[in-house]
Ligand binder design. Structure first.
Ligand SMILES: Cc1ncc(COP(=O)(O)O)c(C=O)c1O
Length: 385
């Protein structure tokens, strides 16, 4: 008999919403035109793309002409950092990123470091929060860009983005502020003009849309250098024939994520709290990674002393529960995540971390399933450790 899947890994990706799959299927079957073509089929495809651009813009508090479609969150982050550096190098040669950014930002910054850009890493508090004053203390006249994520993907902590943007501007009004908002959309209201950021990255697959589609918000008046050259699509910033079906899916998913954000937060928050209370009753020494005070409702990242996260993950998987561990197996050795390390969690504790991320499709049954098996799994994992 097939075990029922309890999917608690929404921060990794989300199930595609039925209406999104339906709309994308229709585009693939019927609206195959190239949006750059001038004939009726092309014009129809272009219309679909522009409708989706409006939906995404409305969902994030931006204007449609500030949305550049990309091939996902990673590409959007790369375009923000490399595009800013391409435009501003010569006048500015310094960049600031937080120490627990996603690798899409960290590795793009690292690469820019090999090209002569000086990169500073702002430390993160043990609570998983980045202090605006700490960010500002790194900014200098030559700082071209600051990048701090809106929500951390592993511990779910919400960063004070508008305070960070104002603190940066107070030191250097020319410094661009980028935020990786991939984990923010659908988990908290996103209002980019109020946040006063210049650039923001999004990915469709985190909000019930398809993989391989994302967007970079580029505030009106901000100039970037393209990272892909060719047909000049997306105002020359992202050449390449547009993924029309994917973009249509993203538009619908973004619209629905923004509409349901409050209702989802309430429902998911209750489930997450019940999960935590139940686990604490059975595993009293578990540690919640990062503050619960400023965190998206669906995230529960915990460390369980005396265990390896990978072992917990595999045993949970055998029980039909999908979640994620904070550690990554690189070349045979299990390394604790850079996020937990940046937060100063002792290595031993960081190695025993698991992340449950609840989403729109999560149910009380999913929570019950974890509560039923995790205490026994922890006992086994402790014996194995
Ligand atoms: C915070 C954050 N940034 C960037 C990405 C990368 O997005 P994508 O998978 O669309 O390339 C992810 C996805 O894992 C993420 O969680």
């Amino acid at each position: 008999m097939k075990t029922k899947l309890h999917y608690l890994d929404h921060a990794a990706t989300t199930p595609v919403l039925p209406e999104v799959a339906e709309a994308m299927g229709k585009v693939l079957r019927e609206d195959f035109g190239n949006p750059s073509s001038l004939h009726a089929a092309g014009r129809r495809a272009k219309e679909l793309v522009e409708d989706a651009r409006e939906q995404v813009a409305a969902g994030v508090g931006a204007r449609p002409d500030e949305i550049v479609f990309t091939g996902g969150g990673t590409e959007a982050d790369n375009l923000a950092l490399k595009g800013a550096a391409g435009k501003l190098r010569g006048n500015a040669d310094h960049m600031v990123v937080s120490a627990f950014e996603h690798h899409a930002v960290l590795d793009a910054a690292h690469w820019l470091g090999t090209q002569g850009v000086e990169v500073s890493h702002v430390p993160v508090g043990g609570d998983g929060l980045v202090d605006p004053a700490a960010v500002a203390s790194f900014v200098r006249p030559s700082t071209m860009l600051v990048s701090v994520m809106a929500v951390n993907n592993e511990v779910g902590t919400i960063q004070p983005i508008s305070e960070i943007a104002s603190a940066v501007r107070a030191v250097n009004p020319r410094t661009l502020v980028h935020t990786d908002a991939v984990q923010a959309l659908g988990n908290l209201p996103v209002d980019l003009h109020r946040w006063e950021v210049d650039l923001a990255a999004f990915a469709a697959h985190k909000v019930g849309g398809p993989k391989g589609v994302g967007a970079l918000f580029v505030r009106s008046g901000v100039a970037l250098e393209a990272t892909a050259h060719g047909g000049g699509q997306e105002r020359g910033l992202r050449s390449g024939t547009l993924n029309v079906a994917g973009i249509v899916g993203f538009g619908l998913a973004a619209q629905s994520a923004a509409k349901e954000v409050h209702e989802k937060a309430e429902r998911v928050g209750v489930m997450r709290d019940r999960l935590l209370d139940g686990l604490r009753a059975e595993i009293p020494d578990l540690v919640v990674n990062g503050t619960l005070g400023s965190r998206i409702p669906g995230n529960l990242s915990i460390s369980i002393p005396g265990t390896e996260g990978e072992t917990l993950l595999l045993l949970l998987d055998q029980a039909g529960i999908a979640c994620s561990s904070g550690s990554a197996c690189a070349s045979g050795a299990i390394d604790p995540s850079h996020v937990l390390s940046a937060m100063g969690l002792p290595q031993k504790l960081a190695r025993g971390s698991v992340r449950f991320s609840l989403g729109r499709a999560s149910t009380d049954e999913d929570v019950d399933a974890v509560l039923a098996v995790l205490p026994g799994i922890v006992a086994r994992a402790r014996r194995a450790a």
